[in-house]
Design a protein around this ligand. Sequence first.
Ligand code: SF4
Ligand code: SF4
Ligand code: SF4
Length: 346
Amino acid sequence: MAQVKLRVDDRELAVPAGTTVLEAALGNGIYVPHLCHHPDLKPTGMCRVCIVDIGGSLVPSCRTLVTEGMIVKTGGAMVEKVRRLVVELLIVNDHQDCLSCGKNASCQLQEVTRYVGADQQRVQRFKAQEHRPVDDSHPFIRRDANKCIMCGICVRTCDEVTCIEAIDYAFRGYAQRISTLGDKPLQESKCTACGECVVRCPVGALLPRQGTPPSYSVKTVCTYCGCGCGIHLGLRDGKIVGVTGDRDSVVNKGELCVKGRYGFSFVNHPDRLTTPLIKRNGQFEPASWDEALHLVASKFQEVQARHGPDSLGGLSSARVTNEDNYLFQKLLRSLGSNSIDHCARL
Ligand code: SF4
Ligand code: SF4
Ligand code: SF4
């Protein structure tokens, strides 16, 4: 692809044609604060935090394509004054409780505010008193409209990434917020609870309800269905406390469904079977694998002897590997039966 040369501050850059100014800067290690930009989504230029000076005009760098010989200033008195005001308006009604916020230390608004600075006296003067109710209706997702900066990342994610379109902008002026059709709680909307909006929300407005930070993570593959999405299990004290999608996985590129992302509590559930059970005198009793396998084999022989090989059938699962499914059909065929099926999904 043709290369375009430009100057960003004191650096000469060469980037492929079609690159935005923001991508050119970030890709070359030049920080330009931004909030509504996400590499997975189309740029909208909504937050105005990424403004830069090009030829004396302030333009949103996320929506401006590079051109040959362009001269970009990412700072300067005017850029910094306007950026600071934009950020002050974003933090004016909330964001005073960072220490108790689930996004603390990974919040993009904190990072941007630290970079641009904020005049706390002015912020206090702008403050409106309205406090919006927190939507706690959902079993997996907590929505706090007070912390929303209206960047639209969740709306675009639900539209462009998941194609569900469960949420959108609602109401006008100060009353504007992100909501569902009919302003219903998320739980009653058509949201599939995939959590894709939650992982992209730059602030604490969308958070998982199970929010314990892990002490380490393990890369593995989701066992729920045959897709085989790549995941990172977050672990703490030997227990799974969270799941994130593996962006390096060619299967899912970091995306997950509700089961893979939030359905992990069964792993450590006390009711989970950890040993085979055999029913004796009407009661299930723990047994060894040898005992259980011998019992199953003898029952197979009994059925075969009484009704012939075709009377046996096998139902396997998409939760096991292809290799296990191959061996399963081999087993059934070696017993003389071709009656083999599986559940493609849960
Ligand atoms: S969303 Fe960010 S800035 Fe706001 S309270 Fe939470 S951590 Fe602080
Ligand atoms: S909920 Fe989060 S992602 Fe959605 S608009 Fe608000 S801040 Fe942006
Ligand atoms: S959880 Fe998924 S379906 Fe629900 S609003 Fe977010 S992106 Fe849309």
